[in-house]
Ligand binder design. Structure first.
Ligand SMILES: [Zn+2]
Ligand SMILES: [Zn+2]
Length: 328
């Protein structure tokens, strides 16, 4: 099968490869990949910032595929459209798995990192960690729901009932979550790279009450902020923008070092936390909500072989919404 493969990190390019079609074990699905989202996490893997990928690796962890082969009692049948997220497998018996925090399982295996992902024509997946794709979403529009949506939703939940929300970085996740925020009558203040007027206009189009550069203060003190951009300096910025008791959530899997800051910025019971991965419950909740709102994703599509172009565009901040590979 055709696949785009990472042979060595830090080379920053995926290589076109003729890869053997995967053979599912007795408890795995075989999927024909229809679409796969490209995520900032893929950049961190390519750049060697996430340090232990399986190699060689087929990245891609926002897979929409059609079931070609299924074990008995998987809950899926041949022809079903299935979504495969970042959380590919857990041990299911550790303290975290048993305690509702399977996202923190030490034995977890991640799609497109520990396990081959969706930048190829076929993929195998554990059906227990797959989701049915809600009807009504074309393949390419469903793909970004699976990471930008799911992990973004987990970060959003951590802001509790905050009304005035700051989003630092207005990419794939933010463009999805602003729709949920508006549905819940919350106000979004969007921060982009300084000078990114197209990004700010995009945020306003989607209903941000204010949009500006991350070097600008918001017009009011925020109740909470989510940092999507992998920039450690934004932690200080966001803490400075939230009111007493406010919450700052770091939503990315990797961030540059956080500069030191005066305790005064955290004082006043401000809360700083990260969000790691996702649980299946996050996925079930979010994918039930998405068609109800309905969340609409804006995608820029690329062919499988053009994945390096998608990655370059994402790196430059040139994607409005989400980048998605489509396979025919
Ligand atoms: Zn992702
Ligand atoms: Zn576990």
């Amino acid at each position: 099968m055709r696949a785009m493969v990472l042979n060595r990190p830090k080379t920053q390019l995926l290589e076109a490869s003729d890869w053997p079609k995967p053979i599912p074990t007795n408890d795995q699905l075989l999927l024909q990949v229809r679409a796969c989202g490209v995520c900032r996490t893929d950049l961190h893997i390519l750049d060697g910032e996430l340090t232990h990928p399986k190699l060689p690796l087929i990245p891609g962890h926002q897979i929409v595929g059609t079931v070609v082969h299924t074990p008995l009692h998987s809950g899926f049948t041949v022809g079903d459209r299935v979504g495969v997220p970042w959380l590919g497998k857990t041990c299911q018996h550790c303290m975290y798995c048993q305690g509702g925090q399977e996202n923190l399982c030490d034995q977890a295996q991640f799609t497109g990192y520990d396990l081959n992902g969706g930048f190829g024509e076929y993929a195998i997946a554990d059906p227990q960690f797959c989701f049915p794709i809600p009807a009504g979403y074309p393949d390419e529009q469903a793909a970004p729901l699976l990471c930008a949506g799911l992990i973004g939703y987990r970060a959003y939940r951590m802001t509790q009932s905050s009304q005035a929300l700051g989003f630092y970085g207005f990419g794939a996740a933010a463009h999805i979550l602003i729709q949920l925020a508006r549905f819940q009558n919350r106000q979004v203040y969007a921060f982009t790279r300084p000078g990114d007027e197209a990004g700010q206009a995009f945020a306003r189009e989607l209903g941000a009450v204010w949009a500006g550069g991350s070097d600008q203060p918001p017009p009011i003190a925020l109740d909470a902020a989510i940092i999507f951009a992998p920039v450690g300096g934004l932690v200080k910025t966001a803490l400075g923008a939230v009111r007493k008791g406010g919450i700052v959530v770091c939503a990315g899997i990797h961030m540059s070092d956080i500069p030191s800051f005066p305790y005064e910025l955290l004082w006043g019971e401000r809360v700083l936390r990260s969000v790691a991965n996702l649980t299946r419950r996050d996925g079930e909740e979010f994918l039930a909500l998405a068609p109800h709102i309905p969340i609409q994703t804006q995608v820029q599509t690329f062919s499988l072989e053009a994945v390096n172009d998608a990655i370059a565009a994402l790196r430059q901040g040139a994607i409005q919404g989400a980048a998605v590979l489509t396979l025919n």
